[in-house]
Design a protein around this ligand. Structure first.
Ligand SMILES: [Zn+2]
Length: 231
């Protein structure tokens, strides 16, 4: 006889006692992994924004520094969650995860799924978007796969066409210091306010500005934080 039927009563009791402990530690590891992943994504963008705040034209170096910093946070939290004791394994993780995030980050600033653009035109405008915003959009997409980008760059003439009062300056115009657009518009969904608030919350947690522009053209306006120069 094999399996449960063949188990002695004593073994069965021991297993019953041990099981919750295994489950508890597995759940604790999972929670730690999840928290570590969320923390690394937040660090990844916030380090970029901090660097850009200091050096406004440090776009690409800031992206690289942010991705590596996020990778280090992910490696440390994964090492703790997996209870790695061998220094060699910890070192491998510390080298591998930042490089992995760097590779994923490079892909994220060059590609964005076609289905997430409202128009084909936007796919070309996407390359004018500041790289930190492109990375952030991917992070927001992790929690909302059906997110739709509705607007990136605008020119003063576009605003006049749309019947808006043409502003002297908009974050949707190419920014002179670095040549990138510092704002993007994301569609708000009809799936309920909770989802829209959650989406706004994701961008705010990443350290970006996210304002809901209601009215006929209801959307979420996401932009880079203002630098001290811009006031
Ligand atoms: Zn906008």
């Amino acid at each position: 006889m094999t399996g449960h039927a063949g188990m002695s009563a004593a073994t069965r009791v021991t297993r019953l006692v041990q099981k919750p402990r295994y489950i508890r530690s597995a759940i604790a590891s999972l929670i730690l992994l999840l928290a570590g992943t969320v923390a690394s994504l937040i660090v990844l963008v916030r380090v970029q924004l901090a660097m850009i705040g200091r050096y406004p034209t440090a776009d690409w170096p800031a992206v690289v520094a942010g991705l590596l910093a996020g990778g280090v946070v992910l490696a440390i939290s994964s090492g703790i969650a997996l209870r790695l004791r061998s220094p060699r394994r910890v070192l491998i993780l510390l080298a591998a995860l930042p490089l992995l995030l760097l590779a994923a980050g490079c892909l994220s600033v060059t590609h964005f799924p076609q289905a997430n653009f409202r128009t084909d035109e936007l796919r070309t405008e996407w390359y004018h978007l500041h790289p930190t915003l492109r990375v952030s959009l991917w992070i927001a997409r992790l929690s909302a796969g059906d997110l739709v980008l509705t607007d990136v760059s605008r020119e003063p003439a576009d605003d006049a066409q749309m019947g808006l009062n043409a502003p002297a300056w908009s974050r949707h115009f190419l920014s002179p210091p670095d040549g990138y657009v510092h704002a993007m518009d994301v569609q708000v969904t009809d799936a309920g306010d909770l989802r829209n608030w959650a989406q706004q919350g994701v961008f705010l947690a990443l350290g970006l500005r996210a304002d809901r522009h209601g009215g006929t053209n209801d959307h979420l306006h996401v932009s880079m934080p203002l630098s001290p120069m811009e006031g």
